[in-house]
Design a protein around this ligand. Structure first.
Ligand SMILES: Nc1nc2c(ncn2[C@@H]2O[C@H](COP(=O)(O)OP(=O)(O)OP(=O)(O)O)[C@@H](O)[C@H]2O)c(=O)[nH]1
Ligand SMILES: [Mg+2]
Length: 361
C-alpha cells in the first residue's frame, strides 16, 4: 500500500514525510519546485499484533506496512500545463494521498501565495486534480463519439460504447460541480470499468494541517466534508523532531513541550484505515505477522498473499477470531471451546481473523 504525500510548494511535505518515516530527508525554506520523490516503508502500529506477540513470544514479529512517497512538484496550474509523464505515472500508482496543508505562520518560510490560508491552499490542489480528471474524461468522451460514428447500429460495440459514454458523462457532470469523484455513488462494476483511468479524485485522502507550534482543532481551520477522507491537525516540525529522537530522548522532549501523545501512530493508522484494506494474522513460535488484503478478500486470496503455493494447494483454512483467541488464551483452548472454524476457499476473510492455511502441493 502506497500513499503519496502531496501539497503546495513549501507546505512542509518533506517535514511530514520525515515525521511519518523517522526519516532525515533534507527540508528547506527555499522550495526548489523540482521533481523529487522520497520513499520509505513504515510499520503500521497495531495493538493486536503486540498482544499476539506477547502470547506467542515468536522469534519475529512483523507488522503491516505502509509506503509513503514524498512527491514534490505539484502546483497551481498543473492541469492546464498538461499533466503527464513521470509525475503523472508516479501519482497514478498511489492508493491514497496525504494532502499536507500549511497552517503555520513563520516569516522565514516563504509561501507561494500571500498569507496563511489553509482552506484556500487545500482547494488549490483539489481543483487541479478535479481538472486533471475532467480533461481525461473529456478526451475519452470525444474518442467514444468518434467510435460511435463508425460503430454498426445495434451492434454490441455500439451498446457498450453508449453505456460507457453515459457513465463518463455522469462523472463529468459531477466533476463540473467541483466535487471529487470519491463522493459519487458508483457500483463495483462501474468502479471496475474506470479503474484503468486512475482518476486522482477517486483516491482516498488524509488531509494533514500543519499547525506549527500551536495546537489547533482542524475544524476551525477548514471545512472539508468528503467521503473517504480524514482531516487531522499536527504540529509538523515537532513531530518530525520527536520522530528523529530515540525513545528516551523523545520522552524528555515531549514532557518539555507538554506533548502528551505523539500524532505519528495516529497518522499512520489513519492512512492505513483510509485505504479500506484489512489485516489478518498468522501466528506461531516462529513468527507473528499481520497481512494486508482488500475487504471482501476470500480465504484463498489471503493464502495467496502469504505465498502463491498456499493458494495453489489450498485445502482449508482454520480460522479463529482475534477476540476469541484473546478470551480463550491459546490456540489449543480456542479449538477446545469450538472457536476454531474450518473454512473453504470462498470464505470472506474478516479484519482480525487469525488464519492457518492447510495446503498440499
Ligand atoms: N515554523 C515551522 N516551520 C516549519 C514547520 N514544518 C516545516 N517547516 C519549515 O517549512 C519549510 C518547508 O518545509 P519542507 O518540509 O521542506 O516543505 P516541502 O513541502 O517539502 O517543500 P518543497 O518540497 O520544496 O515543495 C522548511 O524550512 C521547514 O523547516 C512547522 O511546523 N513550523
Ligand atoms: Mg520537500
Amino acid at each position: 500500500m502506497e500513499l503519496g504525500i502531496i501539497g503546495l510548494p513549501n507546505s512542509s511535505k518533506t517535514t511530514i514525510f520525515n515525521a511519518l518515516t523517522r526519516g532525515e530527508a533534507p527540508t528547506s525554506s527555499g522550495s526548489s519546485g523540482k521533481l523529487e520523490f522520497n520513499t520509505a516503508v513504515v510499520d503500521v502500529p497495531d495493538v493486536r499484533v503486540d498482544r499476539l506477540s506477547d502470547m506467542f513470544k515468536p522469534r519475529k514479529t512483523v507488522y503491516a506496512k505502509v509506503t509513503y512517497t514524498d512527491i514534490a512538484g505539484l502546483d497551481q496550474g498543473m492541469a492546464k500545463k498538461g499533466f503527464s509523464g513521470e509525475l503523472r505515472n508516479r501519482i497514478a500508482r498511489m492508493d491514497a494521498f496525504v494532502h499536507v496543508v500549511r497552517a503555520f505562520a513563520d516569516e522565514s518560510v516563504p509561501h507561494p501565495l500571500t498569507g496563511i490560508n489553509p482552506q484556500r491552499d487545500l482547494s488549490i490542489l483539489d481543483e487541479e486534480m478535479v481538472l486533471v480528471d475532467l480533461l481525461a474524461i473529456q478526451t475519452r468522451i470525444e474518442r467514444i463519439g468518434e467510435s460511435l460514428r463508425r460503430a454498426k447500429k445495434g451492434s454490441e460495440e455500439q451498446i457498450a460504447l453508449e453505456i460507457e459514454e453515459a457513465l463518463m458523462t455522469r462523472l463529468s457532470d459531477h466533476l463540473e460541480t467541483g466535487a471529487p469523484l470519491r463522493d459519487m455513488d458508483l457500483s463495483e462494476d462501474e468502479l471496475h470499468s474506470i479503474r484503468s483511468f486512475t482518476f486522482l479524485t477517486l483516491k482516498p485522502v488524509l488531509v494533514l494541517l500543519n499547525t506549527g507550534d500551536d495546537v489547533v482543532p482542524p475544524e476551525t481551520l477548514v471545512s472539508y466534508d468528503h467521503r473517504h477522507t480524514v482531516v487531522m491537525a499536527v504540529q509538523g516540525k515537532l513531530e518530525m523532531e520527536i520522530a528523529q529522537l530515540d525513545p528516551d530522548e523523545a520522552a524528555v522532549f515531549m514532557e518539555e513541550f507538554g506533548i502528551t501523545e505523539q500524532a505519528l501512530d495516529r497518522m499512520i493508522r489513519a492512512s492505513y484505515d483510509l485505504v479500506g484494506l484489512q489485516s489478518f494474522f498468522t501466528v506461531g513460535e516462529d513468527e507473528v505477522r499481520a497481512w494486508t488484503v482488500r475487504k471482501g478478500a476470500t480465504a484463498v486470496e489471503a493464502a495467496g498473499a502469504i505465498h502463491t503455493d498456499l493458494a495453489r494447494g489450498f485445502i482449508r483454512a482454520e480460522v479463529v477470531t482475534y477476540d476469541d483467541l484473546m478470551t480463550t488464551g491459546s490456540m489449543a483452548e480456542a479449538r477446545k471451546a469450538g472457536k476454531a472454524r474450518l473454512e473453504g476457499k470462498e470464505y470472506l476473510v474478516q479484519d482480525g481473523d487469525i488464519l492457518h492455511v492447510r495446503f498440499a502441493l
